[in-house]
Design a protein around this ligand. Structure first.
Ligand SMILES: Nc1ncnc2c1ncn2[C@@H]1O[C@H](COP(=O)(O)OP(=O)(O)OP(=O)(O)O)[C@@H](O)[C@H]1O
Length: 246
């Protein structure tokens, strides 16, 4: 059984004349433990689909048709509380704007501690060693320096890796990455992509990667789902068997 299945999804914008569809008839499925790339031309609906999956569509937008099945359950009509729980416990979305998710006037340590405290009961020692472990996992060789820093003291790429460490502390089953590496330089881009691959394998994490970076897609994804069509409303699935796998 697929872990996540999107069936004939239609997302519309509310206008005085009624709902106008922005994307229509989007269908695909993702199996547990896969890294799947979602690709397609700009504006075809990749980000909207990701936002719909985690219940973060803007107020003016709505799912007007179709289903989103997670572990067999249709989550389309979840209320705010259930979506919040889903995002905390099951499906995390990392987007460029996540960079703004850090509080500029609180040191990284406090922010990471709070995130873990909110979501899991563990001792202070356990929490502190988990935080360091996560920062090392995302490529910081001196986590203590990062923990003392304020967000404004870090580069965009470093802040993104901190956000990623915070999201990983939630131990999501599914990680949706919307253009996760655009703020990073080439070295960190490759490092972060290798990290995602490692997480996929080590934790059997399921990853949905939205990216325009052909290199990332070809090198790291197991499967590619392509949105095609004039209005960004078609899709098909292609197994990336011809690509070099890492
Ligand atoms: N809040 C919104 N209000 C109105 N239209 C929107 C909104 N968000 C997205 N759209 C429209 O919905 C369509 C799909 O947008 P979406 O951001 O999902 O595209 P995308 O495939 O992620 O594009 P890109 O690759 O450029 O990020 C586009 O036509 C876009 O203009």
């Amino acid at each position: 059984m697929s872990l996540l299945r999107v069936e004939h999804l239609e997302i519309s914008i509310s206008q005085p004349s009624g709902f106008q569809p922005l994307i229509q008839d989007v269908s695909f499925q993702i199996n547990k433990g896969e890294m799947v790339a979602l690709v397609g031309q700009s504006g075809c609906g990749k980000s909207l689909t990701a936002q719909a999956i985690v219940g973060l569509l803007e107020k003016s937008l709505a799912i007007t048709s179709g289903n989103i099945l997670y572990k067999g359950e249709n989550i389309v009509n979840y209320d705010k509380v259930r979506f919040m729980r889903l995002r905390r416990q099951e499906i995390s979305l990392l987007i460029q704007e996540s960079l703004n998710g850090l509080n500029p006037i609180r040191p990284i340590k406090k922010q990471m501690e709070e995130m873990i405290k909110q979501n899991r009961k563990c001792s202070k020692t356990e929490r502190s060693s988990q935080i360091k472990f996560l920062l090392e996992e995302v490529g910081f060789s001196k986590p203590d320096q990062i923990l003392r820093a304020y967000p404004f003291e870090l580069s965009g790429g470093m802040r993104q890796r901190v956000m990623l460490a915070m999201i990983l502390s939630l131990k999501p089953t599914v990680l949706i990455l919307d253009e996760p590496t655009t703020a990073l330089d080439v070295v960190n881009r490759n490092r972060v992509m290798r990290l995602f691959k490692h997480l996929q394998r080590a934790l059997s994490m399921t990853i949905l990667l939205i990216s325009h970076d052909q290199n990332n897609i070809m090198t790291y994804s197991d499967r590619i789902i392509t949105f095609e069509g004039k209005r960004g409303m078609y899709d098909f699935t292609r197994v990336a068997s011809n690509y070099k796998k890492v």
